[in-house]
Design a protein around this ligand. Structure first.
Ligand code: SAH
Ligand code: SF4
Ligand code: F3S
Length: 483
């Protein structure tokens, strides 16, 4: 098993192997020599800090990056005052990019005080040529830049930067490769994301993801199940299967497997108690999937089903491939067999050409579906996407006003819904000590709602029956049910 490989057995005087992941373990061994040298000189190990922006894909990537750094010998730091700082970036909306540049400015001042500090930037934003140019031109103090397709190469790039002491940039346009079996360091011992596919082929007209994450590639089901088995053996009870459109999982494999079939194989893994997934695309959510979810004991009764807009006209311009009626029909089919399922969504306000009537269609869907919660976004123009070329951009004041109205409606409905389970006893996976009150812990229901209840840290990672005493808008206060 690669995860348990002994770096001391690797001969770093030989040439690096060409095959992966052996090549990366070779570079980890080389970097570790450098870490040992650092330790001899400074009387301590170097520290590393990773900050992640964006979605669950990036969070999972960061766990892999941290796994590599830990294997090399870095100690994890809890702030940017570290010897190695890595920003794993997102570029889905404009403000995400601005935030990163602001933070890089701050790192420059830290680096003046600690000139040996290494700064690296990776992730989706680095897949854009303009951003690379900006880094080369105005951020010379950034030591390493890489993209989404080669995150597994961190050790090799770090070794190169150590040897050359020059800004090291390696970004690929796309890849067909999936490198398995590298180390990873989970944020939570009891739950984990699991990539089932990479990239996206949908090209929704507003979205940058297909350009920065490349074409869709599915992992083999055997590799996924083996990873889930390893996680279960390591104490994980909840997995979240990750992909930009999980419904198209497995279609391009040599032996095609449907997402519903994959779920059944994951369900068979002993020790796994809860299975979640994101994101399914409404255009191809199958009845097979609904049936598998309905009869499953482990798949959580929760589904994130991004609508983006309630107007069929706008959905067409967004290239979403469903109408308002088809979406509502899908929700009905899901609720017919799982009446208690929690449904959440993503909504974009102010897509080019959105009229007041289009917006009212969105509000109408919100009122009809009654989402447990919804992520609402103001449309952000991403250059390179077809929507950025559309001429009828909606004025900012109009967008803001619609956004406020939408938010009010979404919040009103979700606080009404939270109340409905008060008095019931439900299973809670305890995740952490409560941030405000150390005599309480915080966990999640199967439908992903948050519950705070009195208890100590020994409960973390356990699944317990908790009585829901009070609803507070977006969360519950509960009490552990005594046996
Ligand atoms: N693959 C997922 C979404 C990934 S991006 C899906 O198809 O549902 C997460 C969310 O960001 C999207 O659902 C969308 O609501 C939002 N988003 C993407 N591009 C955006 C843009 N240009 N402006 C505003 N929001 C955007
Ligand atoms: Fe973006 Fe659409 Fe792909 Fe989701 S499905 S990542 S919104 S292009
Ligand atoms: Fe952002 Fe990349 Fe995810 S652009 S939303 S981090 S796939």
């Amino acid at each position: 098993m690669y995860n348990e490989i002994d770096l001391d057995k690797i001969d770093i005087n030989l040439k690096p192997p060409m095959e992966e992941p052996a090549r990366q373990y070779y570079f980890m061994a080389r970097c570790r020599e450098w870490v040992r040298e650092f330790e001899r000189k400074n009387g301590r190990r170097p520290t590393a800090f990773i900050q992640t922006f964006g979605c669950q894909m990036n969070s999972r990537d960061s766990e892999k990056l941290l796994g590599v750094l830990r294997t090399i010998g870095y100690q994890e730091a809890d702030s940017e005052k570290a010897d190695f700082v890595l920003y794993n970036t997102c570029t889905v909306r404009e403000n995400a990019n601005q935030k990163v540049y602001g933070k890089l400015g701050f790192l420059q001042t830290l680096k003046r005080r600690n000139p040996k500090m290494k700064i690296a930037v990776c992730g989706c934003m680095m897949q854009e040529t303009d951003e690379i140019e900006t880094i080369k031109r105005s951020y010379r103090f950034v030591d390493i830049v890489f993209g989404t397709h080669n995150i597994y190469k961190l050790a090799e790039l770090l070794d190169k930067q150590i040897q050359t002491e020059k800004q090291t940039i390696d970004v690929w346009e796309d890849t067909a490769e999936i490198v398995e079996d590298l180390p990873n360091q989970r944020k939570f011992p009891f739950k984990s994301g699991v990539n089932i596919m990479f990239g996206c082929n949908n090209f929704c007209s507003y979205c940058i993801v297909p350009y920065v994450r490349g074409r869709e590639r599915s992992r083999n089901p055997e590799d996924i199940v083996a990873e889930v088995e390893r996680l279960a053996a390591d104490g994980v009870v909840e997995v979240m299967l990750l992909g930009q459109n999980v419904n198209s999982y497995g279609k391009t494999l040599k032996e095609p497997v449907s997402f519903a079939q994959l779920l059944q194989r994951v369900e068979a893994v002993e020790g796994i108690e809860r299975i979640r997934f994101m994101t399914p695309h409404p255009k191809d959510l199958s009845d097979e999937l609904i049936a598998v979810m309905a009869q499953s004991q482990k798949i959580c009764k929760q589904i994130h089903l991004p609508i983006q807009s309630g107007s069929t006209e706008i959905l067409k311009k967004m290239n979403r491939h469903y109408t308002k009626e088809q979406y509502l029909g899908l929700v009905e089919r899901i609720r017919a067999v799982m009446p208690d399922i929690s449904i959440t969504t993503d909504i974009i306000v102010g897509f080019p050409g959105e009229t007041e009537e289009d917006f009212l269609e969105t509000l109408d869907v919100v009122r009809r579906v009654r989402y447990d919660s919804a992520f609402t976004f103001i449309y952000s123009k991403r250059s390179g996407t077809p929507a950025a070329e559309m001429l009828e951009q909606v004025p900012e004041t109009v967008v803001k006003e619609r956004f406020e109205r939408l938010l009010l409606e979404v919040q009103k409905i979700s606080s009404e819904l939270t109340g409905k389970d008060v008095g019931k006893t439900e299973l809670v996976l305890v995740e952490e000590q409560n941030a405000q009150n150390s005599e309480m812990v915080t966990g999640r229901l199967s439908n992903n709602m948050i519950v705070h209840f009195p208890g100590g840290t020994e409960l973390i990672g356990k699944i317990l029956p908790v009585k829901l005493i009070e609803a507070k808008g977006f969360y519950y206060i509960g009490e552990q049910e005594q046996k």
